[in-house]
Design a protein around this ligand. Structure first.
Ligand SMILES: Cc1cc2nc3c(=O)[nH]c(=O)nc-3n(C[C@H](O)[C@H](O)[C@H](O)COP(=O)(O)O)c2cc1C
Length: 184
């Protein structure tokens, strides 16, 4: 797939199945992530790869986190939470790791890390890998961030669910970009 086709056609895929992307495909995704625009070349990001038992451990973290806030939550709801990370054979956690820099504020470093995640998503799509960027309350919960080993300065920007698309991709209608553009 050429670059413009990939950029024009990327779509989130929420229904994902085995197999997970292989090592070559994952390496291509990270190579694309590393090409994100990055003020000061600070590389203010890191990624965790979760497969197999690690996905189950993430589900347990979601349960622990939620029970702290809602101790009486019904077992069926806890089971649902526990199963959320199992909706894909692989999750890449995209983390912003801001560096101290006199000229590059944390906000810009978060933008760079977000751009790295987007490059990763487009590289996944270009290789026919299904992917969806998810966040939700678990992305900012202390139990989850500390359980995944983040420092106090770091933040989870997204859980990127990856796998083989299960079913046809959502058809895209060409969106009119002109309302978002003005000559000035
Ligand atoms: C920062 C961010 C957080 C997101 N969080 C979620 C989420 O928690 N759940 C979800 O279903 N999609 C999430 N998405 C994906 C969007 O829902 C998705 O991109 C949007 O629906 C448009 O669909 P498309 O990607 O197929 O164009 C997130 C996207 C971004 C950029």
């Amino acid at each position: 797939m050429d670059a413009l086709t990939a950029l024009h056609s990327r779509v989130s895929v929420s229904r994902l199945k085995e197999p997970a992307p292989d090592q070559e495909a994952v390496d291509n995704m990270f190579r694309a992530a590393m090409r994100a625009p990055d003020h000061g070349l600070l590389r203010p990001w890191r990624f965790l790869i979760l497969r197999g038992a690690a996905l189950e451990r993430l589900g347990e973290l979601f349960v622990q986190a939620t029970l702290l806030d809602e101790p009486g939550l019904a077992p069926a709801k806890l089971d649902k939470l526990r199963g959320k990370p199992l909706r894909a054979p692989m999750i890449i956690v995209g983390i912003c790791s801001p560096r101290d820099h006199p000229k590059v504020p944390v906000f810009e470093q978060q933008l760079a890390a977000g751009a790295a995640i987007d490059n990763l998503l487009i590289a996944a799509h270009a290789q026919d890998i299904g992917a969806i960027w998810r966040t939700g309350p678990m992305a900012t919960h202390d139990t989850v961030t500390s359980g995944l080993g983040l420092s106090a300065e770091e933040s989870i920007l997204g859980f990127i669910y990856l796998g083989t698309p299960d079913g046809p991709r959502r058809p895209l209608k060409q969106e009119d970009f002109t309302p978002y553009i003005q000559d000035w």
